[in-house]
Write a protein that binds this ligand. Structure first.
Ligand code: TYD
Length: 208
């Protein structure tokens, strides 16, 4: 890692329609109210080059993209995002809030696409040179409910319900491996109720 880490890195994960973007914005406001500087970002994307890769991954021209190519493109976007956006912000002391990160690749590509949890985790760790969030909040929602709420259909979202059930379970399984660093928040509630739970665990990390 090139930049010395001084800031705080928080990630929101979850399936389609779990409200991550709404919660990212609400969390940023709460962080600012504490007197810290928030930086909201997202994956795939979060840096100019990674946003270009996002267009390739999610665009219509990628219909039928091989799963390995898809996983590598997500990892390439993430490498650029980590080095160009996240690490510099942490170096400045900001509170980085990312809508998705490595666990999305583990859940969607490792489990959903069946490429293997260990392989995707190792590739992602290599791509980010081991940059791990201080806190990851999984916004948990039944896929039936989330998919009905999701507005922008993309290639991944169009996968069958069973794919999304596996992705949901994968996020829950990941969260169980490290209860210190992961919190699961039920997301089938009002944005304010979800934010209140989320802030309960995030405030301590931000204030640290
Ligand atoms: P997006 O429109 O940002 O969806 P959402 O609002 O649900 O985050 O599209 C991102 C899609 O890419 C989403 O379906 C999840 C998927 N994805 C992966 O499959 N692997 C990954 O590593 C990441 C970051 C996202």
């Amino acid at each position: 890692m090139t930049a010395k880490k001084r800031g705080v890195f928080i990630v929101l994960e979850g399936g389609e329609g779990s409200g991550k973007s709404t919660q990212t914005a609400m969390l940023a406001d709460a962080v600012a109210n504490l007197g810290r500087t928030p930086l909201t970002t997202r994956e795939p994307g979060g840096s100019p080059r990674a946003e270009e890769i996002r267009k390739v991954i999610l665009g219509d021209e990628s219909a039928g993209l091989d799963a390995h190519t898809e996983a590598l493109l997500f990892a390439a976007a993430r490498a650029d995002h980590a080095h160009q956006t996240i690490l510099p912000a942490l170096g400045r002391g900001d509170v980085v809030i990312s809508d998705r990160y490595i666990d999305s690749s583990v859940a969607y590509q490792g489990v959903g696409r069946g490429l293997g949890v260990a392989q995707i985790q190792a590739m992602s760790d290599w791509a980010t040179q081991g940059l791990v969030p201080d806190l990851t909040v999984v916004l948990d929602i039944q896929p039936e409910v989330g998919l009905a709420r999701a507005s922008d259909a993309n290639r991944l979202e169009a996968e069958p319900l069973d794919f999304h059930r596996q992705v949901r379970q994968a996020f829950l399984d990941i969260a169980e491996t490290d209860p210190q660093r992961y919190h699961v928040v039920p997301a089938d509630r009002s944005p304010h109720e979800v934010h209140s739970d989320l802030w309960t665990c995030a405030a301590a990390v931000v204030a640290s």
